[in-house]
Write a protein that binds this ligand. Structure first.
Ligand code: CA
Length: 224
């Protein structure tokens, strides 16, 4: 299901290229040109993110943001504003915005901020059908479950990467020791057991569908 975006902005020169870009990136985009329209749109429909201009014709964007939160809107809010001096105070204050982009902005920058924001806040808006699959990105050294990042130490990551590369197959203790710890291994695999234990705890919380199974006398297996 695409992420649902409500773009609240009154300047056509900003709206049309932004809508085109967002739609091309696969977002479902709705528009509002005033604060009032924005509030009635969020009362009718659920959105994952509201991109909110501060300079609207009828209301101050910060007031719109406060009213959204007061009305229990629980998606993300990304502020757009040319008021550079005010921006630093926007996020984390009582207005309830999650992030901001200063005008003028590049579309690439806005898309990057939007993706990061949705990763952080996804699921807050009662989103259904979120994929809970474990993704190990070896190049970036990061692990995601759905849109959430799982924070691992470097050894935990290395162990998981080896297990994930051999998903549903048993990986022997000696293979894990030699691939992850390489030097200085003289037979004890206690460190490996400690690392596997921590990894299990973290996966339990983030990805309950994934399990690191102990295969007695042999090694470990990652399975769903
Ligand atoms: Ca404006």
């Amino acid at each position: 299901m695409p992420h649902r975006v409500l773009l609240v902005e009154d300047e056509p020169e900003i709206v049309s290229p932004l809508v085109r870009t967002l739609e091309r990136e696969g977002y479902a985009v709705a528009q509002a040109a005033t604060g009032r329209e924005a509030l009635s749109a969020t009362a009718r429909e659920e959105y994952d993110v509201v991109i909110l201009d501060l300079g609207l014709p009828d209301m101050d964007g910060l007031d719109v943001c406060r009213m959204l939160r007061a009305a229990d809107y629980d998606g993300a809010v990304l502020i757009l504003s040319g008021r550079a001096r005010e921006l630093d105070r926007v996020v984390g204050l009582d207005a309830g915005a999650d992030d901001y982009v200063a005008k003028p902005f590049g579309l690439a920058e806005l898309l990057a901020r939007l993706r990061a924001l949705l990763r952080r806040t996804s699921g807050r808006a009662g989103q259904s059908g979120v994929e809970r699959r474990l993704e190990v990105d070896v190049d970036a050294h990061r692990v995601h479950v759905g849109e959430c990042e799982v924070l691992l130490t470097s050894k935990e990551f290395d162990v998981l990467a080896v297990l994930a590369a051999n998903r549903d197959k048993v990986v022997s203790r000696s293979q894990l020791m030699s691939e992850v710890w390489t030097e200085g291994w003289y037979g004890s695999t206690k460190t490996l057991d400690v690392t596997i234990g921590r990894l299990r705890q973290k996966l339990d919380r983030a990805a309950p569908a994934e399990r690191v199974v102990t295969v007695r006398g042999v090694g470990f297996r990652l399975e769903s």
